[in-house]
Design a protein around this ligand. Structure first.
Ligand SMILES: [Zn+2]
Ligand SMILES: [Zn+2]
Length: 318
């Protein structure tokens, strides 16, 4: 049987970046395609966490193990619910078998390059022990920075439009930051000492999302540092953490759609990044910002793009 009998749709350059301009499609992309359902899900969750599971700045202006450990537990629980839930449904229950699965291969059970020879245990360990820790430390340090008034956090009521725009700011900044740090991680030294760990996952599952070497986590979660100079509301800081820390569990889940019942299917996996895991030297960024297009490393999955990629690889090998 063909390894890839499922054919996902080809990935197109978002309408904000095409010429001539397509304002209607661009607006639709920014308000519907990005937001429904996942963008909205992270935004609502960020509000809930701010309201019910984040200490106030007054508490966080003093660094203390108490509240930082509580944040770590909060973040670990969210990641475990999302990644663990998807893993249970798709890989343990195998509820939709290989329907919309990018590859027919399953996760590695006996591969000595993974900790304990098991991809899933390896991924869980790196994600929780290192990933959630770096995420939490950057998040906590950012609150501490605001708590000490090194920068003022604008209230939503005082600048509602600024708040709304900063939501898109999270998505675009995270995408640009991802391209930059990921491109850097593909330089020879950093790839060998750090990024190779993430790439052991040729076939990815939900727990592969932030399964990385600690050096990669340090670079990857430095995304928070922009908010040390650009003032934002705490919900934006939380949203940054969710987008960076938990949304990769969804995008790496290995399936294009989550099928619930006969009619409902929710888009989950990111085929653009899935292709990066399979072919390495393409798609360093995400499709939201087509930086790869500028540098010739874009592969949207079409026959034409595949052909172009093979020619490029052949050329580079000579
Ligand atoms: Zn990845
Ligand atoms: Zn990579």
């Amino acid at each position: 049987m063909n390894e890839d009998s499922y054919q996902p749709a080809h990935i197109k350059v978002p309408p904000m970046f095409v010429w001539p301009p397509r304002p209607k499609q661009a607006l639709r992309y920014l308000t519907i395609d990005i937001m429904v359902p996942w963008g909205l899900f992270w935004i609502v969750l960020a509000f809930l966490l701010w309201r019910f599971a984040t200490p106030d700045f007054e508490t966080m202006k003093h660094l203390s193990l108490d509240w930082i450990a509580a944040l770590w537990v909060r973040n670990a629980i969210i990641l475990t619910v999302v990644a663990g839930g998807l893993h249970w449904w798709l890989y343990i229950r195998r509820a939709q078998k290989t329907e919309t699965k990018f590859t027919r291969r399953w996760l590695a059970r006996e591969n000595n390059r993974f900790l304990w020879g098991d991809q899933v245990f390896d991924n869980i360990t790196l994600s929780l022990l290192s990933g959630v820790t770096f995420w939490t430390l950057f998040e906590a340090a950012t609150y501490w920075w605001y708590g000490n008034s090194y920068i003022e956090s604008p209230a939503i009521s005082g600048a509602p439009l600024y708040f709304i725009l900063s939501i898109w700011g999270v998505f675009f900044w995270s995408t640009l930051h991802f391209y930059l740090n990921h491109r850097l991680l593909h330089t020879k030294w950093l790839y060998t000492v750090a990024h190779e760990r993430h790439h052991l996952n040729v076939v990815t599952g939900p727990w592969s999302g932030i399964s990385m070497h600690p050096i990669e986590h340090l670079l990857y979660f430095s995304v928070f540092l922009l908010w040390w100079i650009v003032p934002v509301h705490p919900v934006i800081i939380i949203l940054t953490g969710l987008f960076q820390g938990v949304s990769p569990a969804v995008s790496h889940c290995g399936f294009d759609y989550l099928k619930l019942g006969k009619k409902l299917q929710i888009p989950v996996g990111d085929n653009f990044h899935n292709l990066h895991h399979r072919f390495f030297r393409i798609n360093y960024g995400n499709s939201l910002m087509p930086v790869d297009r500028l540098f010739g490393s874009w592969n949207g999955g079409s026959d034409q793009d595949m052909q172009k990629m093979r020619e490029r690889f052949k050329h580079e090998a000579n």
